[in-house]
Design a protein around this ligand. Sequence first.
Ligand SMILES: *Cc1c(COP(=O)(O)O)cnc(C)c1O
Length: 357
Amino acid sequence: MIIQKSDNPRIGSFDPENYSFGDHFIDHMIICEYENGQWGEPKLMPYGPLPFSPANMAFNYGQACFEGMKAYKDKNGDVFLFRPEKNFERINKSATRLAMPEVPEEAFMQGLKVLIDADRDWVPHGEGKSLYIRPLIFATEEALKARISTKYMFAIVASPAKSYYSAPVSVKISDYYSRASSGGVGFAKAAGNYAASFYPTKLANEEGYEQIIWTDDATHENFEESGTMNVFVRINDTIYTPATSDKILDGVTRDSFIQLAKKRGIEVVVGDVKVKDVIAAHERGELKEVWGVGTAVVTSVFEAIGYKDKKYDLPKLSAEESYALTLQRDLVAIQTNNAEDPFGWRVLVEKNILETV
Ligand SMILES: *Cc1c(COP(=O)(O)O)cnc(C)c1O
């Protein structure tokens, strides 16, 4: 790996007590370029802009995908990643679907560890704090030809993230727009999936809803995801979540919640979650919780769901009664090294890796 440390680190002017998520970037980034059919040597370098032409193929034909993951600092100052091999596998599934080359494991895993070790002072410690990490792959060939690019960049950038607490939100069940379609790219973390979701989300915002519950494109009768999160529904004391498919992203948080729920003896049913069954459960007073899960906020609790012209309020449960918040606490305790890790999910970022690469 090529190592080029920053001469002008900004960490000194970063206030770990006062920042907003996504606006500050750590001092370094990883980049690795692909051309002539192969990946070059990964490079650690100062974070900053890169020059690309407007004729860059990623801008025109949309070959771009990414990952979202976090590093956590425990009370002793040790830094851990959470199930990074899942993100590695997923970025390559996304890349393959978008006809982009797979990233070698070494570039991804060693890139992560070298970057986080170099900027370990940027990993915040404390309740709800973490470093959000964004690996991405995008086309870089300069050509206006609608075909597979021959050049790519793999990069990793990172930004300090804040508290998990987010106020309960209202969500609208979509009966027209779709996030993904059969045979499409919904399972991939394709940048274009986000672009396609913004306009329907804006319309939902105008109706007073913060997010959308996406339903299947063929019938709009089945829950798929919520915003950019996987979705869970609790009816009485059983939790339900749609099975992953080519339309549903295989979330690391979703999988972790399922395993943690089972460990607690909570019944989990993975399969179709029908809109009509959820509404009927609400009418019987049996719909206890609906929530979204993803790396960024872990859990987004819903206070109301809208369907057609009606709004259905959900019960207000205490942090102890709520399965969403209980499972979130279990997960965060493992991520932050405040609990045993029976699943082997934590991966320590060793110190002074820079000297060994
Ligand atoms: C990233 C993402 C998720 C959540 O995945 P995690 O691995 O849990 O962060 C869910 N749905 C969509 C559409 C996503 O892009």
